[in-house]
Design a protein around this ligand. Structure first.
Ligand SMILES: [Zn+2]
Length: 369
């Protein structure tokens, strides 16, 4: 079985792919999976669709999917001082923006997110409060508008510039090393490159039990656009969405009774329902049965939070859909943190769930848990 390497995860997370400009990540994934799949195509919207033969033909068209795009900023205006005024492309967490390093435009020019220094705040509230997106500027080192316009254009995208790192005890990893079985990592775009990495792991295995269709989607962060196009194009009978999801297991104010959405290290998160979808109950039961049978730790994602491509497939297209996620702290910001054991357990659960997956939706199959 081919293993995902540290270098692959590093390139996967560090490469920019704002909504609508997923090309560099798509090309990279296509190059890696090419030797392992029977067909590869890119649809008109930019989704990457691969067919992989397993040991058994599947009576159902099974789609396993992850989105390639990440939240980003968009250049709206270039002012007289050569500073960039921006808007959001997806739900960037504004509270994490100021002072961060970013990459601007297709040439990935370095920039810094800036705001008036606290010394010059007009009021105490300006000092304390989260800035409006209209007050944020990006400094690319241009001395005036002309210099800036020679380098960038309105409409170009901006993403965080964050290297992938192993946290905790110093551990030197070479690009060829396999991913460690456990340990915490920090980097950008874990939503949803952790899902892409899980799907890559599945595709690179030579002993997949069933035929699958892998779909790496575009433009999830701006309204599930790729998933809707892919769902209509591929017409799956069953969909499994792989995500990097919210993890807010940090201590809150002492008076606040908190129910974290997920907890780091408690295993992959299974969604029952979120803000926009109820997952297929038989698929959820199947995941839980497989987890129990193979001693894989799992946790339920606290219901009601967030939304994913699953809503595109289940809510809009009526397709049976399940979701398996890697919990990630601080998603939609410059650096998220994930636990590698959660990721590996998610891949293991996915692989084991392949075994009798078609039976899940076949009426004659045992459906009890
Ligand atoms: Zn996502």
């Amino acid at each position: 079985m081919t293993e995902l390497t540290w270098g692959m995860l590093r390139q996967l997370t560090e490469t920019p792919a704002p909504p609508g400009e997923e090309g560099p990540v798509r090309d990279m994934i296509a190059r890696w999976i090419h030797p392992h799949v029977q067909s590869l195509r890119i649809d008109a919207l930019g989704n990457l669709i691969a067919e992989k033969k397993g040991q058994n033909e599947s009576p159902l068209r099974i789609v396993i999917t992850a989105h390639m795009d990440e939240v980003a900023l968009l250049i709206f205006e270039i002012d007289d001082q050569g500073l960039l005024h921006v808007g959001r492309s997806g739900g960037v967490n504004l509270r994490t923006l100021v002072g961060k390093s970013v990459l601007v435009g297709p040439k990935r020019l370095p920039g810094v997110v800036c705001l008036r220094p606290p010394h010059y705040a007009h009021s105490a509230s300006e000092y304390r409060e989260t800035p409006d997106i209209e007050d944020i500027r990006i400094d690319i080192g241009a001395k005036d508008a002309k210099a800036a316009k020679n380098k960038v254009k309105t409409g170009q995208r901006i993403v965080f510039d964050t290297p992938l790192q192993m946290l905790g005890p110093v551990q030197t990893l070479d690009d060829d090393d396999p991913l460690p079985p456990q340990g915490r990592i920090a980097g950008k775009a874990f939503d949803d490159r952790m899902g892409c990495a899980a799907l890559l792991s599945l595709l690179m295995a030579d002993d997949l039990p069933l035929d699958i269709t892998a779909v790496f989607t575009v433009q999830e962060e701006i309204g599930l656009r790729g998933a809707l196009a892919a769902g209509l194009g591929v017409q799956p009978d069953l969909v499994i969405v792989l995500e990097g999801t919210v993890c807010d297991d940090l201590p809150g104010p002492s008076h606040e009774k908190r129910f974290p959405t997920t907890r780091l290290g408690d295993g992959p998160a299974l969604t029952q329902r979120d803000g926009s979808v109820v997952v297929h109950p038989l698929l959820l039961q199947h995941f839980l049965r497989q987890a129990r049978a193979h001693n894989i730790p799992t946790q339920f994602k606290h219901p009601g939070i967030g939304g994913t491509d699953a809503a595109g497939y289940a809510r809009w297209l009526g397709m049976p859909t399940g979701i398996i996620s890697t919990p990630c702290r601080y998603i939609h910001g410059p650096a998220a943190v994930a636990e590698l054991s959660d990721f590996h357990h998610g891949v293991a659960l996915l692989r084991h769930s392949m075994t009798d997956l078609p039976a899940v939706l076949t009426p004659s199959s045992p459906q009890g848990s």
